[in-house]
Ligand binder design. Structure first.
Ligand code: CMX
Ligand code: CO
Length: 143
């Protein structure tokens, strides 16, 4: 069902500041950045390598775009402190994986996948189905 851990997401108030720290202190690279208004985040995908390769895991540095953002709510609940917010599992076929997981009683947040990083199709397992962890499913565009 699953290919690899696509990313681990770090939520913070200022994504640029965190990216600068990753670059200057750890020598990491920005692979991609975008704003996703539907998800309410500005996100920067980062990794030790300058290019995304098969089975590589990234860090998604993200900050809320506005006060209504789920990430703004999460930060407020954590007294404004940055921290790990979710992890994402890369899948080959999100529709098939979602159907199998639903059969197994897993609660997915959306009826249909939404648009995620770089045009990926994404969905989330509710934290209670992830044993206390918010887990994203992500499928890259097929080319
Ligand atoms: N990790 C683990 N548990 C979490 C969590 C997180 N990130 N966010 C919330 N929870 C838990 C809370 O602790 C709470 O648990 P209890 O009921 O035991 O107290 C429960 O979930 C409900 O929390 P809440 O603060 O009331 O939050 P909501 O139910 O309003 O929202 C969730 C939670 C998961 C539905 C919401 O965050 C969501 O829709 N997430 C998916 C979208 C998202 O995270 N987008 C940003 C990332 C985009 C990207 O990766 O591209
Ligand atoms: Co994510």
């Amino acid at each position: 069902l699953f290919i690899c851990i696509d990313h681990v997401a770090y939520a913070c108030p200022d994504a640029d500041e965190a990216s600068k720290y990753y670059q200057e202190t750890f020598g990491w690279h920005e692979l991609h950045r975008e704003e996703n208004p539907e998800q309410g985040v500005v996100e920067i995908m980062m990794a030790p390598a300058a290019k995304l390769t098969e089975h590589m895991t990234q860090v998604q540095v993200m900050a809320p775009l506005n006060d209504e953002s789920t990430v703004a709510k999460w930060l407020a609940k954590h007294n404004g402190r940055a921290g790990l917010h979710h992890m994402a599992w890369r899948v080959d076929d999100i529709d098939a994986v979602s159907a199998t997981l639903r059969e197994r009683g897993v609660q997915l947040l959306y009826d249909e996948p939404k648009l995620g990083t770089g045009g990926n199709r994404i969905n989330f397992m509710h934290p209670k189905s992830g044993k206390g962890v918010l887990i994203e499913l992500t499928q890259y565009p097929k080319n």
